[in-house]
Design a protein around this ligand. Structure first.
Ligand SMILES: C[S@@+](CC[C@H](N)C(=O)[O-])C[C@H]1O[C@@H](n2cnc3c(N)ncnc32)[C@H](O)[C@@H]1O
Length: 246
């Protein structure tokens, strides 16, 4: 957590530095949860340059709680109750529908492995649509000149075991499922119905393949991006900055 916090702040500073000096920042966080990242930003040196933070949270109760948490900051912190990304049937819920205005954000954050949650069961196979998720955000939310920062878990047997231990300790029921010949963690959110969500982890080459595909796809629409993968700041995770150049 502490490592990821540092990586988030470092990435935000890096993206901000690439903008014209002193630009008042608009930040979007997808999957806000209890507001850890928003609080982190508001307690950092970045608070002076942040003009607006929009948080998107799919769970109504969590949404209400986090809205209350940032009541004092209501002139610049806005929490929306919406689901963004790939749902259980594999359908993409575009970020467009959750925003009042397109292309309004200098910094977009999708941390805590949100990109690794973009999977759904198709028959008996898991299909993961990270590409669609990333393309949608880069096309509709990130301002040219701005950037998206996301963190995903590294694919490693020991990290998988440690994550499994962590989830179990938190009371989750987990199992391992096969995706493309690799073992991935599925979390059973509802033990009664057996409803499962995969929290996928990535090898560096898989991550590069996804990012190169995203870049080629966006190039066809005259959107240029460049990406950097940070594999050393965090033990469990990769940190990825995708900068939208045009
Ligand atoms: C693991 S928490 C992480 C919260 C926060 N980003 C952090 O890192 O501390 C994930 C949160 O994202 C929300 N969430 C997950 N998938 C989402 C989606 N597709 N759209 C909107 N919210 C989502 C969940 O309800 C949960 O509150």
């Amino acid at each position: 957590m502490a490592e990821e916090n540092q990586a988030i702040l470092k990435a935000c500073r890096e993206i901000a530095m690439g903008l014209h000096g002193g630009t008042p920042l608009h930040v979007l966080e997808i999957g806000t949860g209890p507001g850890r990242v928003i609080a982190l930003l508001l307690n950092s040196d970045l608070r002076y340059t942040i003009k607006k933070i929009v948080g998107i949270e799919q769970n109504k109760d969590i949404h209400n709680e986090v809205q209350k948490r940032f009541e004092d900051e209501r002139v610049r912190v806005f929490i929306r109750n919406a689901f963004v990304g790939i749902d259980e049937s594999g359908h993409l819920h575009s970020i467009r529908h959750a925003l009042k205005k397109s292309l309004d954000f200098h910094i977009v954050l999708a941390v805590s492995n949100l990109v690794g949650w973009q999977c759904s069961l198709s028959g008996s196979n898991w299909k993961c649509k990270e590409r669609e998720f990333l393309i949608d955000i880069l096309k509709h939310a990130v301002l040219p000149g701005g950037g998206l920062f996301f963190t995903v878990y590294k694919k490693d047997e020991l990290i998988d075991l440690e994550r499994a231990r962590m989830y179990r300790a938190a009371g989750d029921i987990i199992e391992f499922v096969d995706i493309g010949g690799q073992r991935h963690i599925a979390i059973c959110t509802d033990a009664f119905s057996g409803e499962k969500h995969v929290s996928k982890a990535y090898t560096i080459s898989e991550l590069e393949k996804i990012l190169n595909d995203v870049r080629s796809n966006l190039q066809r629409e005259n959107i240029d991006i460049e990406y950097t993968i940070d594999s050393s700041s965090m033990f469990y995770m990769y940190g990825v900055i995708i900068r939208r150049l045009s």
